[in-house]
Design a protein around this ligand. Sequence first.
Ligand code: SAM
Length: 289
Amino acid sequence: MEQGPHYATTVRERQRAEWAAVAPGWQRNRERMSGPMSHITGRMVARGGIETGHRVLDLACGVGDPAFAVAEAVGPEGYVLGLDLSEEMVEAARSWARQLGTENVEFRTVESELELGVPAGSFDVATCRLGLQFMPDPMAALQEVREALKPGGRVVASTWGRPERNPNFSLPMEVISRHATLPEEDPGAPGLFALPTPEDLEVLLNTAGFANVESSAFDTPVARAKSPETFWHGVSTIAGPLVSLLASLTEEQRRAIREDAAETLGAMFPEGPVELDGEAVVAVGTKTV
Ligand SMILES: C[S@@+](CC[C@H](N)C(=O)[O-])C[C@H]1O[C@@H](n2cnc3c(N)ncnc32)[C@H](O)[C@@H]1O
């Protein structure tokens, strides 16, 4: 995508539409998704040094995972504020909070990751799980996050690792590519794999002014499904970027893709359950001044 004057607005509009389309799928599948994802969350809570009583800002909060896990870690004395571009995701998070009866967490929609609407210096930790890579200027977003942190506060962010290490996404893409011409990818453009290495996050956090930056890649469970069909249903209702790609195809192409996916995954997992692991990156940095 050309980086003209409307680049950032166009990226956000696209993201808002993509995630609004999958918010119902995320809402229906939140418990199922949060199981495997809890491995990334656990690492973020530990690396971020999140403790009882902390005030935590969770940017790109989605339907509230990891915000609820963080809310548990900070306890009733603490507070978590989840912010997201998508009203639909935020509404789903609020309904989950009502259902769980969680009182130390709040969710708000933001127009942009550059307008967080929070007082400067008011949070102990900021988290962003699997969100930075979709932002038009993640470094600028991190500068805003830094502004919101107290001196000594920490940011902890995670992204997906390299595509070849994440078959949960690369395998569906491979299947889709057998039946449709995929749009040309600009490697620098925001998307699932825009920040796939520890070095990418390290550079971002350092440039945004954080100190003591540490970053590492690790293997993690990603998808767990009862059968290839259930797995594919998940892909086509949850995986934001893939869902919009599928929506741009004809019904006939989608049917052929669905059948191909069932066959490909059936051969890989003849016993039934589909278990795909992947690679994620977690980085942490401190606001020293
Ligand atoms: C892959 S989901 C991750 C949600 C949640 N953090 C999680 O780990 O489950 C990406 C989220 O980023 C949000 N998002 C994308 N671009 C954003 C932006 N520029 N500012 C804030 N949120 C954004 C989307 O609306 C979506 O909820």
